[in-house]
Structures are given as C-alpha cells and as structure tokens.
Design a protein around this ligand. Structure first.
Ligand SMILES: Cc1cc2nc3c(=O)[nH]c(=O)nc-3n(C[C@H](O)[C@H](O)[C@H](O)COP(=O)(O)OP(=O)(O)OC[C@H]3O[C@@H](n4cnc5c(N)ncnc54)[C@H](O)[C@@H]3O)c2cc1C
Length: 263
C-alpha cells in the first residue's frame, strides 16, 4: 500500500473541504472495496477522508411511504432496520446477504453504489426501486446514475449523501451468490408500483441493467410463467471462470421467476 494521510470528517462540510484540500483525496466509507484496492496498489489516494461517522448521512428515515437511507449506513444497519422491514423487507433481506458479517458491519450503501461493481447487490435494488441518489450537488435518478461497469454519473469529488425512494406495493430479490465471495453471479430485483420494474445485477457484461422485455410481459401478467422463455442476449452477459454467458442468461431467467414468485 502506498503512503496516504488519514482524516476523520465530523460533518459533510468538513469532508468536502478535506476532499478539496488533498492532491488526490478520496472518500473512505466502510473501506471494504477501497482498502483492498489500495492493498493491491490499484489505488493510491494522497488523502483518505473517512465519512463513516458523519451522523447526518447515517440511518434510515421513513416519512409516509418515502424511504431515505444515509450513504454511510452500513449493510448491517439496513438489514436490521425494523422500520425499513415494515415497508420494504426485500431491501433488508438483500443487505443481510451481502458478503459476510465483517463486510456487512463496515460496508455502506453509499460506498457500494459509488463503486458500482457489476456484481454488487444494491445497484439492482436502487434501479428497480426507481431511487433518487442525493449528492452534495444534485439529485440523480437511478436510471441516469448507473452508467456501466464501475461507472456512475458522479463527478470528481461529488459525495453521495443519501438515497430516496417511494416504497413499492410489492418487491422481491432473488440472488444466486458466488460461493466464495458471495457477490451476485446473478441477482434480480423486482418491484410493483405504478409499473413493474426488473433490474439485474451480476450477469450483464456492462453492469446492472433493466430487463425491459420481462417488465412488459409482467405488466400484462404478473406471474413467473409470463417470463418463461424470456432471457437476455448471451452476448450481453458476463463470461468468466465462474460461468459463461449462456449460463448467466439462464440464471437471469431462473432468478427472475424466483423473485416474481416471492412477490
Ligand atoms: C469479502 C467481500 C465480500 C463482498 N461481498 C459483497 C456482496 O455479496 N454483495 C455486494 O454488493 N458487495 C459485496 N462486497 C462489497 C461491499 O459491499 C463493500 O462494502 C462496497 O462495495 C463498498 O462499500 P464501502 O462502504 O466499503 O466503500 P469504500 O470501500 O469505503 O469506498 C468504495 C468507493 O466508493 C467511494 N465512496 C464511498 N462512499 C462514498 C460516498 N458517500 N460518495 C461518493 N463516493 C463514495 C470511495 O471513495 C471508493 O472509491 C464485498 C466485499 C468484500 C471485501
């Protein structure tokens, strides 16, 4: 790991000024992705600005059917939120199955979506929930936020503060985890509100995506059978030592049917 200077920020304002003050400063949330990347010498920030203890961006807040989750809220906190479970249990279940307890106790929602790993769970949820990503500069719809593998709409130095969404009438997530890392080989998040939204992670060779053909079929018939035979193009699928494109395309179909059955 290269040398770096560590700063603990107590407020959003302090985090922003520390970010601007460093040559190549980076935000540190749970460190579950950034620290391993630094250890592998794939990242060498001049300064680490730790935002994990900023109260203003931590916690779950529910007003009516509108849910806001602070960017520094850990996976464990999301999983354990009784308020969230009463209004959107699928998101609690998703968080409860991220990585292992050590990862869940440190890793945060904000760090996960900022990183936008193609096999991460939260991007599928945010896309299917039609969430709004609130940053220190603007509000970004999930459909505009996720822009391909490890790519988002975030500008240099832009900080995610929270995510916000209206709890859907129904939601479910089905994940086929990589047996070693627990990342999604394929995860499908389905929501039903004014419209049906289906988002897929872990399978696409350009990161999280909406399964629009399945959405149309489900608009007409909200049953697992209606997506039978609908699978993404094999050429658009990830292919690696864990599974080839045909395997993942089939997984999308299987996981989608499981999620729909769980609605
Ligand atoms: C063994 C292991 C297993 C895992 N399994 C899974 C899994 O099953 N599913 C899954 O989804 N993930 C999994 N993860 C990843 C985990 O969820 C990480 O927590 C997540 O990817 C990054 O979150 P973090 O808070 O640790 O971010 P960090 O590592 O602190 O930061 C990641 C990146 O995001 C930036 N960043 C952090 N917070 C913000 C913010 N508020 N605004 C803007 N940029 C920000 C940082 O600067 C950095 O570039 C796993 C990780 C490990 C080590």
């Amino acid at each position: 790991m290269y040398e770096t200077k560590y700063h603990k920020a107590a407020s959003i304002e302090q985090a922003k000024s520390l970010l601007e003050g460093g040559d190549d400063a980076q935000l540190l949330a749970g460190g579950q992705t950034l620290i391993p990347t630094m250890k592998a010498r794939l990242a060498a920030p001049s300064d680490l600005v730790d935002i994990s203890k900023i109260d203003a961006i931590s916690g779950v807040c529910i007003e009516g059917d509108v849910v806001s989750i602070g960017a520094a809220t850990t996976h464990s906190q999301v999983a354990a939120s009784a308020d969230l479970r009463s209004i959107c249990p699928a998101l609690c279940d998703l968080a409860a199955n991220i990585g292992d307890p050590a990862v869940r106790n440190r890793g945060t929602l904000g760090g996960s979506i900022a990183n936008n790993d193609p096999a991460a769970d939260y991007p599928a949820a945010m896309l299917a929930l039609s969430a709004v990503i609130v940053t220190d500069a603007r509000e970004i719809a999930a459909d505009e936020f996720f822009q391909g593998m490890f790519t988002t709409a975030l500008e240099e130095g832009e900080m995610i503060l929270s995510v916000r969404f209206t709890a859907p009438a129904k939601a479910a997530y089905a994940k086929f985890p990589n047996p070693a890392s627990r990342y999604a080989m394929c995860g499908v998040f389905v929501t039903v509100s004014d419209a049906v939204r289906v988002a897929v992670t872990g399978a696409g060779n350009n990161g999280v995506f909406r399964a629009s053909e399945m959405e149309s079929a489900l608009e007409a018939d909200l049953s697992p059978g209606s997506v039978e035979g609908i699978a993404p193009d094999v050429d658009d699928m990830l292919s690696d030592i864990h599974g080839d494109g045909a395997y993942r395309a089939n997984l999308v179909s299987v996981m989608a049917r499981r999620a729909i059955a769980a609605l």
